[in-house]
Design a protein around this ligand. Structure first.
Ligand SMILES: [Fe+2]
Length: 152
């Protein structure tokens, strides 16, 4: 983003409403993790941290999707610069969201005392697309640890 700002002649330090709101939300996530740790211990903190990462990555994912949409409307020179940045990170951002969502789901399932797939299928299958994430989620049943046969 900073490289792109430099290319476009934008000030990356400019304080905007969106930036203040983002900071406010991030502070809230940190407070939630601290609250979970103080009152619920490390297990609760891990769950809240995982959820916080999913929330942040969801917004990150949306932002890059919007940047891709904006790029289409820009004059050629700017479009080229924005598209290059977009192409460079979009796949990584997709991956961040799918993998963190998988971790959070399985950590929650585990915390509920149910059989979990850890690391999650999204991680094991190196998921990079929405379709891949849906397939990985469906495949979790096959990846669950097999139940031992009941003793006779
Ligand atoms: Fe990300």
């Amino acid at each position: 983003m900073r490289e792109l700002f430099a290319t476009l002649g934008l000030d990356p330090e400019k304080e905007t409403l969106g930036r203040r709101i983002c900071r406010h939300k991030a502070d809230g996530l940190v407070q939630a993790m601290e609250m979970a740790l103080a009152e619920g211990g490390p297990g609760a903190a891990e769950l809240v941290a995982a959820e916080s990462v999913v929330e942040a990555e969801t917004k990150d994912h949306l932002n890059w999707e919007l940047i891709g949409e904006v790029a289409k409307q820009l004059p050629a020179d700017e479009r080229k610069a924005v598209k290059a940045a977009h192409d460079e990170v979009e796949d990584e951002e997709d991956e961040h969201l799918y993998h963190t969502t998988g971790w959070t789901r399985e950590l929650w399932i585990d915390s509920l005392g149910l059989p979990a797939v850890l690391p999650p299928p999204e991680e094991e299958k190196d998921v990079k697309t929405a379709i891949g994430a849906a397939r990985a989620k469906q495949a979790r049943k096959e990846l669950l640890p097999k139940k031992k046969a009941a003793a006779a």
